[in-house]
Design a protein around this ligand. Structure first.
Ligand code: ADP
Ligand code: MG
Length: 619
């Protein structure tokens, strides 16, 4: 038989990468604007035709490219921004993957003109669907101009997937806002079909916000300024009386990158508690400066999501900084400053003494025990790890077929030296030992196994556990719902409501109950068991952003996106302390999963360190 494996031709590989990088014209806008900023431009022009469907053009006065670099910039993995993997942890540029231009050129007609300050002549390159049509010397001003025409000309399915011009231009405007807000020291102009939409001069941050969102914005801004050991928060929040019915003025930037974080957004809502009318949202324009080593921005190709080492502490700092500003500027009726103790936590953790861990082990506790329904069993409540009655706990795991039937063959060599309660999973381990887990930096659970040591990422592991639970509920359509005492009224934009309607049936299978959905509001009367009222908005916001970010043509499964999204929203965060029982329960539940090795987004949930490896290190 002949061999059957082939290497994909470059243009095919580029098109596949383009599926991730370029979802719509706004993605092109984002990549081109970021390249211009990385090139140290001080003036950037964005020119759009037909909502970007026929033309996206970005002109900058940055450092330009040499003849060779101009050609190389369209190769995959061609980047001037990192040289080694270590550079990833000290990123000061927007780009680093070196795939944007290659991807864009594989699905559009691209014309690049560029010249460096000291060169007399510049270069023009024309590329259509990865094929270089021409490259020649040209007279052109210093800097770079990239014109992207006829997006998706060779992928009709993607082209047909584009929304109306109104929707697409809104996405483009959103990207423009985000980039322009983070760089008030750069002048930006934006034209659509020949009309000037924005003309922003170099200015300070407050002026930039006002010039983007209108003169009325000025009086509503309250400065926020807070510096702690772990992060610096600066920027502005809106006075409560100016809150809006939409979330269009909510911006987080981390080290000058726009990010979405329903969880941190929740921290702000919590700070405004009692100050906003129902269904209204505070405005905020906040920048975080953190050590690049403590974040992972490589998580999503479009880079709007960041993973923090310690989200839990960030939440506390953010909430108290916002409260502080609201109080300081007399916006809030003298706020509960007796709560100062929680406010102080992040500042004082250097001096904190370490309390000896309390170990309370219920020897007779067996979460997997059948029959005995009378005893209360512990469960992973989504966020708080509250105890729930046995019935709801079991409903999360029924049918996962973990009864030692070989499902977990990947773990054949991982035998647990933990409690007897797990022995139906790991038949061979019956040795009773004392405490076998501990928590490292409120982030990892370390557990011993026969052959060595297991280090589990608590957030990813919990995502996996929740994900399988939700997926099962959705497919089996067995909702376990808990009724809310007071129905929750939430407001969204019509576009967001549309997205929720699309996944409504699946949401109901997880336990949500909606009593009413109108153009801009929805009323929630029931939630999945274990989900609290305050988590509902986090879940729905996260869901909306996940659906929006999902690559449209990749085997799109609404149920899967929903289960992933809910797992992400509800999984315990890094920075959260878990007691021994919770740790052990986490380990057991993880290994009762069908695919314990990876998180729902395919990242490792744990690593093992064999005694052999440890021994080698001592040699
Ligand atoms: P990345 O930005 O991740 O490096 P891109 O595909 O976006 O990858 O760009 C590839 C390279 O092309 C960049 O690293 C940079 O050297 C060069 N480049 C792209 N756009 C510009 C620009 N506007 N001005 C100068 N150089 C650019
Ligand atoms: Mg780039």
């Amino acid at each position: 038989m002949t061999d059957i494996i082939q290497l994909l031709p470059d243009h095919v590989a580029n098109q596949i990468a383009a599926g991730e990088v370029v979802q719509r014209p706004a993605s092109v806008v984002k990549e081109l604007l970021e390249n211009a900023i990385d090139a140290e431009a001080t003036e950037i022009k964005l020119i759009i035709k037909d909502a970007g469907k026929t033309l996206v053009r970005v002109i900058d006065n940055g450092k330009g490219m040499s003849v060779t670099d101009a050609r190389l910039s369209f190769e995959r993995h061609a980047t001037s921004k990192i040289k080694s993997a270590e550079d990833l942890f000290q990123l000061h540029t927007k780009g680093f993957r070196g795939e944007a231009l290659a991807s864009i050129a594989s699905i559009a007609h691209v014309e690049l003109k560029t010249k460096r300050p000291n060169d007399d002549l510049g270069t023009t390159i024309e590329i259509e669907g990865s094929v270089v049509k021409s490259q020649e010397a040209t007279v052109t001003p210093t800097g770079t101009s990239v014109a992207v025409k006829n997006l998706f000309f060779n992928i009709p399915a993607r082209r047909n997937f584009l929304k109306s011009n109104n929707v697409e231009i809104r996405h483009i405007t959103d990207e423009f806002h985000r980039v322009a807000l983070t760089h008030p020291n750069i002048a930006f102009a934006f034209y659509h079909n020949g009309n000037e939409l924005f003309n922003l001069h170099t200015e300070n941050y407050r002026q930039r916000i006002v010039h983007i969102f209108g003169n009325k914005t000025n009086e509503k801004l309250v400065p926020v300024e807070e510096e702690t050991e772990v992060l610096k928060v600066s920027g502005f929040i809106g006075k409560p009386e100016f809150s809006k019915k939409t979330r269009s003025e909510q911006f987080f930037f981390v080290n000058n990158r726009y990010i979405k974080s329903p969880y941190l957004n929740h921290a702000i809502s919590a700070a405004y508690e009692g100050l906003l009318k129902d269904g209204y949202h505070a405005s905020y324009f906040l920048n975080f400066t953190v050590d690049p080593k403590t974040i992972d921005i490589n998580i999503h190709p479009t880079k709007t999501e960041i993973k923090f080492d310690d989200e839990h502490t960030l939440y506390a700092i953010l909430r108290s900084s916002v409260k502080h500003s609201l109080g300081q500027f007399n916006i809030a009726p003298v706020l509960d400053f007796e709560q100062q103790s929680s406010f102080n936590t992040p500042y004082s953790y250097k001096d904190k003494t370490v309390a000896p861990p309390k170990i309370e082990v219920d020897r007779s506790f067996n979460p997997f025990e059948d029959g005995d329904q009378t005893k209360e069993k512990s469960t992973y409540n989504a966020v708080n790890f509250k105890k729930e009655p046995a019935a709801s706990w079991e409903s999360l795991y029924v049918g996962l077929e973990s009864k030692g039937n070989g499902k977990i063959t990947d773990f054949s060599e991982l035998t647990f030296e933990s409690e007897a309660k797990t022995d139906f999973i790991f038949k061979s381990s019956t040795i009773e030992t004392n405490k076998t887990t501990f928590q490292l930096q409120q982030k990892y659970i370390v557990s011993t196994i026969k052959s060595g040591m297991l280090i589990i990422d608590q957030n990813r592991a919990h995502q996996r556990i929740l994900y399988e639970g939700f997926l099962k509920h959705i497919t089996v359509k067995e909702a376990t719902s808990q009724q809310l005492l007071f129905p929750l009224e939430l407001s969204f934009t019509p576009n967001e409501i549309h997205i929720i309607k699309d996944v409504k049936t699946n949401l109901e299978h997880t336990g949500f109950v909606f009593s009413e959905i109108s153009e801009e509001r929805l009323t929630v009367t029931g939630v999945p068991v274990g989900v609290s009222d305050s988590e509902v908005s986090i879940i729905l916001e996260q869901l909306i952003s996940d659906v929006e970010n999902d690559v449209p043509d990749a085997s799109f499964s609404a149920a899967d996106v929903l289960a992933k999204s809910m797992a992400k929203s509800l999984a315990i965060k890094n920075g959260q302390t878990l007691n021994t029982e919770e740790q052990e329960h986490m380990v057991d539940s993880l290994f009762a999963c069908k695919e314990p090795n990876v998180s729902p987004t395919n990242r490792p949930t744990f690593i093992t360190m064999k005694v052999d490896d440890i021994e080698k290190k001592f040699m």
